[in-house]
Write a protein that binds this ligand. Structure first.
Ligand code: GLA
Length: 406
């Protein structure tokens, strides 16, 4: 019979305590965050620039080695447990949450890491389907945890730690996790989400060159709140529209490279190039290119604005980004546009735009912290009144990337 006391008691136990109850042993726990992108949307897979920040929502994984070749993975979110044999991993995705874990395991093994059996307990609070990268957060948390278990000797004990935080190649980790998503989960995402989940820093946004993977951390003022407004319209990039946008961008780069042989991706196209040769492209492809080329320029201007503390200028660039995503790239939706309009009307707002892949999910607003609560109340009320749907609004700060957790 259901015992409510047990349920309450269980919720108050830490993830490691729950691990010990279920699997025994002495686990270690790791976490990786979700993210919000401040500016630079649909530019990563065009070798361009992005500026995300990690947020306080995260996925945590407790893990301990097993003496055999089994992977036993339990999700606290789904209350489900699955088992795999490391020597007979599925060849194709199953359309199940465990795909994210198995994808990472396969890519780690392909990269030459020697993995042994393990028990994993996974728990996360990144809102799902909200465009805040819950998938990258589970991939990177699992990847980080398994790197710590990899290449151990025969006794495979967790002490002393195999690697220190400093030894983790975070860029390699991000690339492996992106491969897992591209090749196993089946979404052709760029590198942004896995990169920020691996490299995020408290109080900082990250300016990333998605071609060279060079990055710079940019300080965000303490009195600035990153306010994320969830339209509650579920977004999924595994669906066709994202991959279609990506194909249109590739078609644009291919088309332009006939006239500009140095063009490998839209990153290499200047506004003057597009002016000169854009008329050779199909109309839709031209509009997609216009967005990407304009957005790349906006990210660099936004970084300069942030570095000189000009949040008004940053806000103006966010507005232009939203318009371009809505009209040229066509990845917004009426709920996102409404959320942006409501945010624009609130006090203390520097700028706002849709964030992430689009077609639902969230907007981001940069708000003076002193106004964050009023902003939250006003936008919540307005959105609910006009749509009949209660949005979730999260007042966030930039958080750290993947690491050990307690
Ligand atoms: C999703 C993808 C990212 C990026 C954004 C759009 O979040 O996972 O790689 O392409 O969409 O900027």
């Amino acid at each position: 019979m259901h015992n409510p006391n047990l349920a309450v008691e269980n919720r108050t136990l830490s993830l490691e305590q729950r691990f010990v109850q279920r699997f025994g042993g002495s686990p270690r726990t790791y976490q990786a965050p979700g993210r919000v992108n401040l500016i630079g949307e649909h530019t990563d897979y065009n070798h361009g620039f992005v500026m995300p920040a990690a947020i306080g929502f995260s996925t945590r994984v407790s893990v301990a080695p097993r003496p055999d070749r089994k992977l036993v993975i339990r999700s606290e979110n789904y209350s489900e447990q699955v088992e795999f044999d490391l020597d007979h991993l599925p060849a194709a995705r199953a359309g199940h949450w465990s795909d994210y874990v198995i994808g990472v395991v396969k890519m780690l093994m392909r990269s030459g890491k020697k993995l042994g059996g393990a028990d994993l307990l996974v728990d996360g609070n990144v809102p799902q389907g909200a465009g805040l990268s819950s998938s990258a957060s589970i991939e990177v948390a699992v990847g980080y945890a398994l790197l710590d278990l990899a290449d151990r000797g025969p006794d495979r004990s967790l002490d002393p730690p195999q690697i220190s935080e400093a030894d983790i190649d975070r860029t390699q980790l991000a690339l492996l996790c992106q491969q897992a998503e591209n090749e196993f989960v089946g979404a052709r995402c760029g590198i942004m989400d896995q990169f920020i989940a691996s490299h995020g820093k408290h109080g900082r946004a990250l300016l990333l060159d998605c071609r060279s993977l060079d990055y710079r951390l940019l300080p965000l003022p303490d009195d600035l709140a990153l306010v994320i407004c969830n339209t509650m319209v579920k977004h999924s990039i595994a669906q066709g529209a994202y991959n279609q946008r990506r194909a249109e961008c590739e078609a644009g780069a291919r088309g332009l490279s006939k006239y500009l042989p140095n063009v490998r991706a839209l990153r290499d196209v200047t506004p003057a190039d597009l002016e000169a040769y854009g008329h050779e492209l199909p109309e839709t492809v031209l509009r997609r290119c216009r967005h990407v080329i304009g957005e790349n320029a906006r990210v660099l201007l936004a970084a300069a604005a942030l570095e000189r503390g000009d949040l008004q200028a940053f806000g103006t660039l966010m507005r232009e980004s939203h318009r371009s995503l809505r009209d040229e790239f066509e990845v917004s939706c009426s709920e996102l546009d409404l959320m942006v309009e409501l945010a624009e009307q609130a006090e203390g707002v520097y700028g706002t735009r849709m964030t992430g892949g689009g077609f639902g999910g969230c907007t981001i607003a940069l708000v003076q912290r002193a106004y964050a609560m009023t902003f939250q109340r006003k936008v919540q009320e307005g959105y609910e009144r006009l749509t009949g749907c209660k949005p979730e609004i999260y007042v966030c700060s930039a958080a750290d990337g993947a690491g050990r957790s307690v």
